[in-house]
Design a protein around this ligand. Structure first.
Ligand SMILES: *Cc1c(COP(=O)(O)O)cnc(C)c1O
Length: 426
């Protein structure tokens, strides 16, 4: 019997390249085919065949309050009745900008965009304009959206599909990007020395979450801060995932680092297409119409998107969502570690707050090269064994799992028993 999902995927492939609007959704890395979702509520989603899943993807990060949280849905509904888009300033944009600058002190001024990709792309352009230099340093396995010059040794779907660089990116663009192993201070210092007065910026995911999940070593981020300052280059934190997730002020609050520019996305939109970028006023003021750096957007600061984002962020603060996520994370971590220990599985389990990842390889895993040691065949089997039991983890080794405030203790318990069974089956 064919399922409704497989019928839809068949139809989708006729009209949509690969049948999907973003590559990782095709489930190719796990040799599978996607299920199609009809709706979600809290930590759960349901597919077109009526099957229920506990969701650990959370739309790849935005769904930090779970799916369809009432406050966010109400805010969107209310905003929609007053008009969907005007392309004229609206009061919610000011509220959002004030909130961002208040919660993330390194951001003195901020501009809204429609995706994380736009945010990082605009940070790079600003950094180049401000420094008058062209070269960028990034890190292997860090993903910063599908920006031409950043698709060099990028993570996420780029890794999944085994193509480190995308076709269609001019070599001349890629040549301006220096990609280095994460967590290696010496190579950063060497790159600065070899490219004296040529580096506009270092862009980094402070907690890399697009090649699985691994953490910055002691002092790695402060070393970046220091080297950028010494070399008059800007430090850009890509907090599209970590922003408003790891803490109210993102990874930069936790690690106590002030980047010059920050890119935001995902959680900030409450599920609507939103991104933002900002930083030191003297840099951000280079943007048009005050400065010479052009950047614009027909739907930027859209009232629905602002209403959704504001509702989500304020709710997180009201319920002290970050503390709650730590608690849920602790329960998840304890139960997962005990499932791994009991089944003697050869797994490196990483978790920080509401983000986690299982690598099917011994540790330590601290960069892309070590993440790639994970056994992808076993990962795929584990993925399907969990999916069969109604647990939806990201369909790729090179992604991060996300908890939401809607994951209840019984959801986490059900998940760990399913994982235990799945691990025994491997
Ligand atoms: C998802 C992501 C992006 C790109 O955001 P989009 O909204 O998908 O364009 C950029 N940087 C990081 C760290 C991301 O995880």
């Amino acid at each position: 019997m064919t399922s409704r999902s497989s019928e839809l995927f068949h139809a989708a492939q006729k009209y949509i390249p690969g049948g999907v609007n973003s590559p990782v959704r095709a489930f190719r890395n796990v040799n599978g085919a996607p299920f199609f979702v009809t709706h979600g509520k809290g930590a759960k989603i349901w597919d077109v065949d009526g099957k229920e899943y506990i969701d650990y993807v959370g739309s790849w990060g935005p769904a930090i309050l779970g799916h369809a949280p009432k406050v966010v849905v109400d805010a969107v509904r209310e905003a929609a009745t007053r008009g969907l888009s005007f392309g004229i300033p609206n009061p919610l944009e000011v509220e959002m900008a004030e909130l961002i600058c208040d919660w993330i002190p390194s951001i003195e001024k901020v501009r809204m965009v429609n995706s994380g990709t736009e945010a990082t792309m605009s940070c790079i352009r600003l950094a180049r304009a401000f420094t008058g230099r062209d070269r960028i340093i990034k890190f292997d396995g860090c993903y910063h959206g599908h920006v031409d010059g950043l698709l060099v040794k990028a993570g996420s779907g780029v890794l999944t599909h085994g193509r480190p660089d995308s076709a269609g990116v001019p070599q001349a663009f890629a040549d301006l990007t220096i990609s280095l192993p994460f967590n290696n201070a010496n190579l950063v210092r060497e790159a600065f020395a070899e490219n004296r007065r040529e580096i506009a910026a270092v862009i980094v995911e402070p907690v890399p979450a697009n090649a699985g999940l691994y953490l910055p070593g002691d002092d790695f981020l402060s070393m970046l801060r220091k080297e950028c300052k010494l070399n008059d280059a800007l430090l850009i934190f890509d907090e599209v995932i970590t922003g408003f997730r790891l803490s109210r002020g993102g990874a930069q609050e936790i690690y106590g680092i002030k980047p010059d520019l920050t890119a935001l996305g995902k959680v900030i939109g409450g599920g609507l297409p939103v991104g933002a970028f900002g930083g030191r006023a003297e840099i951000v003021d280079q943007l048009s119409p005050d400065g010479p750096v052009y950047q614009a957007g027909t739907l930027s600061g859209n009232p629905l998107a602002m209403a959704a984002g504001l509702a989500q962020l304020r709710e997180l603060e009201r319920i002290n969502g970050w503390k709650l996520l730590e608690e849920i994370g602790t329960q998840f971590e304890q139960l997962t570690r005990s499932a791994i220990n009991d089944t003697k599985a050869n797994i490196s389990f990483h978790q920080v707050g509401s983000m986690f990842c299982l690598f099917f390889a011994p540790g330590p895993i601290l960069d892309l090269a070590s993440a790639r040691r994970s056994d992808l065949k076993i990962f795929a089997r584990f993925f399907h064994a969990c999916l069969k039991r109604g647990i939806y983890f990201a369909p790729s080794q090179f992604e991060t799992g996300f908890l939401s405030t809607a994951h209840l203790p019984e959801d986490v318990e059900r998940t760990s028993s399913a994982m235990r069974e799945a691990l025994r089956e491997l």
